[in-house]
Design a protein around this ligand. Structure first.
Ligand code: SER
Length: 339
């Protein structure tokens, strides 16, 4: 008998930390947590077994397939957008080939269990590509099917992986003697920038928001790398984790699409700085624009329309711009840095 488990890749990342803690809190402990590095001590006691390994390792995938009966996969391992521009080949390997390996594992598991395996894939506002600032401004909050012309390697990887997920669910090996479609239940969210009080992201381009806040709490000077008027949507990490749980729990019949926008607030960089200064008045927040990273953020939407998520699976963020700081970010961040 194979052991029944939930598989999480990229377990050591920001989202992995939040998701493992939330699943553990809800009483789920049969988690296999995979990452390239040893699992952080803060989450290692919340999982059944950590696996140090690479999503590109097909032998490891086969071992996992043989040993476990997987009920759901949360495939979080990825190289974020800034990192991906420096190493596009590695980004493609991890973000696309890694995803293909996990989808293949899900299909194998589904076939042997005779049912569809739930597969969660975190996508991103990086799948959008607005051609210029005038279009970005006039488009305002965009829908899932608008401006899907990403400019970054990461955005290309994410949108292709979304398509791969739908292909596995609906058409996988459609010409084979045995039709293998229908064994993956693919569900994806296009996340905005995410701000966590507990961790700082690595290698993203929306990182100016969390970096600014964490630097202020630590009493360190921070130079924001985008213009004051730069605007993209954001949400808190607890809301991102709730969105994942809500979508994964939703009855399949309610889901009219496989990929959904979510968002909570969409401040400009200047509004983020003002808000941060209102809690840390002595913070030194300057601006040192990185033209290249600015161009990436300028190609992302000012906001996105998440009405499909609201209608189909009752998505509702807990934190708006005010309560994100007052109820979640500031109380936790001040406790962490002891300020
Ligand atoms: N937060 C991500 C990044 O900046 C976007 O999904 O790369």
């Amino acid at each position: 008998m194979r052991k029944p488990i939930i598989l999480i890749t990229g377990a050591n990342g920001e989202m992995g930390h939040g998701l493992i803690s939330a699943l553990n809190k809800s009483g789920i402990s049969n988690i296999i947590a995979m990452d390239l590095q040893t699992l952080d001590a803060t989450i290692s006691d919340k999982v059944m077994e950590p696996i140090i390994g690479n999503v590109l390792d097909k032998t490891l995938m086969e071992q996992i397939n043989g040993e476990y009966e997987i009920s759901a996969i949360y495939h979080l391992a990825a190289l974020l957008s800034t990192r991906a521009e420096f190493s596009p080949q590695s980004a493609h390997d991890v973000n696309v080939d890694g995803t293909l390996n996990l989808l293949t594992l899900a299909a194998e598991q589904g076939r042997s269990q005779g049912k569809a395996i739930k597969f969660f894939f975190p996508s991103s506002i990086a799948v959008y590509g607005l051609p210029n600032l005038e279009t970005k401004k006039s488009a305002a909050a965009i829908l899932e099917n608008q401006f899907c012309t990403p400019e970054t390697m990461y955005g290309c990887n994410k949108i292709y992986s979304e398509l791969l997920g739908s292909y596995f669910e609906k058409n996988y090996q459609r010409l084979a003697a045995q039709d293998l479609s229908g064994f993956v239940d693919f569900r994806s969210i296009r996340f905005p920038g995410i701000i966590s009080a507990m961790t700082i992201p690595t290698g993203g381009t929306s990182d100016f928001a969390p970096e600014m806040l964490h630097a202020a709490a630590k009493g360190e000077k921070y130079d924001c790398f985008v213009r004051d008027d730069t605007q993209i949507p954001f949400m808190t990490m607890p809301d991102a984790i709730s969105a994942i749980s809500d979508l994964m729990r939703a009855p399949k019949k309610n889901l009219t699409q496989s990929v959904y926008n979510v968002r909570a607030f969409a401040p400009t960089a200047a509004e983020l700085r003002e808000k941060t200064l209102s809690f840390f008045p002595n913070a030194k927040i300057g601006t040192e624009i990185s033209e290249k990273r600015q161009a990436i953020v300028d190609s992302w939407p000012q906001d996105c329309d998440d009405s499909a998520a609201k209608t189909d699976w009752n998505w509702q963020p807990k934190h708006d711009f005010e309560t994100a700081f007052e109820e979640y970010l500031i109380p936790n961040i001040t406790a962490i840095y002891n300020v």
